[in-house]
Design a protein around this ligand. Structure first.
Ligand code: NAD
Length: 289
């Protein structure tokens, strides 16, 4: 069997085009573009690349973008003050703090993220948004899992009634993915590092999501014939070589559809961030109308 390769670029283009149209509509209606502020503390080279990509995407789509670079030795209070300022800024509709934070303040991560006004929380990490998602209310949802579900929808892959298995229970990927798939009426199982007989469970999956952070962890003997495989993992195994959590070459011979790494889910994350910034402005404007 030859699997359909779900190319992230294709879906990211659709999501961004849709966001671009909404930006124009918002500008026309309210006379102002959606605005995103990204706070980066310190000089983590990987974070700097991510922040640049976010800024570039905003510019492409007509979203106002502010990158707030703060020095490595920024104190918790200085960062909280900056967040307060951005919470009050009328031209900023989305705020995110790029993670990881420097070691000196990383222990305050929850307090820092929780300071963001939930209406501007475009990463979807604030407990208010987490709670709303879990009770099925409209919320700002973490970009990576939201992108995975969007990709399934845009590919016309049925979710309702399907057995979906997620490997990984992080707050950023696994748990929101559980809620999103449940909302789409899948029967969802979440596996993690303490799960026993993992392969017995993953072999039942019509849709298998791997978010583990271990290179090529999911092998062909762990998947069902014809399944849909979403590989969230990004693992650097050599200076210029990224692989996913799934053994792509082996697994693609057995399944119906699969995302590659690189070139799969990773490309959707920034596109979904753009969608979230637009959504945040729409929600804020609606509550002011
Ligand atoms: P995490 O380290 O927070 O969580 C990993 C999860 O895997 C944990 O819940 C753990 O219980 C589970 N796990 C670990 N070993 C296991 C085992 N042997 N069997 C079953 N479960 C096991 O990671 P995360 O933040 O959820 O990220 C997961 C992967 O996704 C990483 O490779 C990360 O780089 C990638 N990621 C990609 C994007 C993107 O934009 N595409 C975004 C976020 C994360």
């Amino acid at each position: 069997m030859s699997a359909k390769i779900l190319q992230g670029k294709e879906f990211a283009t659709i999501i961004k085009e849709n966001a671009r149209k909404k930006v124009l509509e918002l500008k026309e209606k309210y006379g102002t573009a959606p605005g995103l502020a990204v706070i980066i503390v310190g000089n983590n080279p990987a974070s700097e690349v991510y922040v640049r990509n976010k800024h570039k995407s905003c510019e492409e789509l007509g979203i106002y973008s502010e990158v707030v670079s703060m020095p490595e030795n920024t104190s918790k209070d200085e960062l909280l003050n900056k967040i307060d300022e951005l919470n009050d800024a009328k031209n900023i509709h989305g705020i995110l703090v790029q993670l990881p934070l420097p070691e000196s303040i990383s222990k305050h991560e929850s307090e820092i993220l929780n300071r963001i006004n939930p209406k501007k929380d475009v990463d979807g990490f604030h407990p208010t948004n987490v709670g709303k998602l879990s009770i099925g209310e409209d919320a700002l949802v973490p970009c990576t899992p939201a992108g995975c579900v969007k990709m399934l929808e845009l590919s016309n892959i049925d979710i309702e009634g399907k057995n979906a298995v997620i490997i990984g229970r992080s707050n950023i990927v696994g748990k929101p993915m559980f809620n999103l798939l449940l909302k789409k009426n899948a029967t969802v199982t979440v596996c993690h590092s303490k799960t026993k007989n993992l392969a017995d469970i993953t072999k039942q999956a019509d849709i298998l999501v791997a978010a583990i952070g271990k290179p090529k962890f999911v092998t062909a003997d762990m998947v069902k014939e014809g399944a849909v495989i979403i590989d969230v993992g990004i693992n650097r195994i050599a200076p210029k070589k990224l692989v996913g959590d799934v053994d792509f070459d082996e697994v693609k011979e057995k399944v119906g559809a699969i995302t590659p790494v690189p070139g799969g889910v990773g490309l959707l994350t920034v596109a979904m961030l753009m969608e979230n910034v637009v959504k945040a402005m729409e929600m804020q404007m609606k509550s002011e109308d």
